[in-house]
Design a protein around this ligand. Structure first.
Ligand SMILES: Nc1ncnc2c1ncn2[C@@H]1O[C@H](COP(=O)(O)OP(=O)(O)OP(=O)(O)O)[C@@H](O)[C@H]1O
Ligand SMILES: [Mg+2]
Length: 197
């Protein structure tokens, strides 16, 4: 059974036909590369799979089950992690806060939850080290280079145990050394049985 299957997915934005009859299957442990010219519809496809857009036509199946995502949270709950082309980071927050955005770690003092910054900084540092990135967990994203921002967006996908990781041009802004690390990361995801697209 495919982890993800698209059946004849189309997307129109008013008069623009961004996607027309896209069908594909991704199996566990598969790496699938999608190529297309600027404006071909790659980002639109990623946004449909990740719950940002509903398709105009067609069907999406996750683990063989027909699925409709009305927002990105629903897709994330089904184990779909995304690195968006525009990275979708909050510029005013630290690298660690962006990595943990929406799934912050808390510790409990009696019945009161307190954000566990120590644990989040430590885990974020671990993820950046794994990516061989110079990004520091306490740095504010606004002051970061393109490559550091990309590392933050990629590190975010490593928090959960996803079923599939979608990466929209994830190496566009990073250094040659980091490209090798991201490709290595994609292979490691595959070895864990997680497909990447
Ligand atoms: N929100 C939107 N509203 C209207 N049109 C859109 C929207 N998003 C994308 N489009 C259009 O859909 C088409 C596909 O765009 P998309 O961004 O998916 O291409 P892409 O393959 O990712 O391109 P690139 O390589 O430049 O990132 C383009 O014609 C674009 O103008
Ligand atoms: Mg794009």
């Amino acid at each position: 059974m495919s982890v993800l299957e698209l059946r004849a997915v189309s997307k129109r934005f008013g008069a623009i036909q961004a996607l027309s009859g896209i069908s594909l299957k991704i199996e566990a442990g598969e790496i699938l590369g999608l190529m297309g010219d600027n404006g071909a519809g790659k980002s639109t496809l990623v946004k449909i799979i990740s719950g940002n857009f509903l398709p105009s036509e067609g069907e999406i199946l996750v683990n063989g089950q027909p699925t409709e995502f009305h927002n990105p949270l629903q897709a994330r709950r089904q184990g779909i992690e995304v690195v968006y082309q525009d990275l979708a980071l909050c510029d005013n927050l630290t690298a660690a806060a962006n990595v943990f955005l929406g799934r912050e770690l808390v510790r409990w003092i009696g019945p009161v939850p307190i954000l566990d910054y120590g644990a989040m900084y430590a885990k974020a540092a671990e993820l950046f080290a794994e990516l061989k990135s110079e990004t520091r967990p306490r740095d504010i994203v606004r002051r970061m280079s393109g490559g550091q921002r990309q590392a933050v967006a990629i590190a975010r996908t490593r928090l959960s145990n996803p079923n599939i990781v979608l990466m929209d041009e994830p190496t566009a802004a990073i250094s040659v050394r980091q490209v090798a690390e991201v490709l290595d990361l994609i292979r490691r995801l595959r070895d864990q049985g997680i497909p990447s697209c």
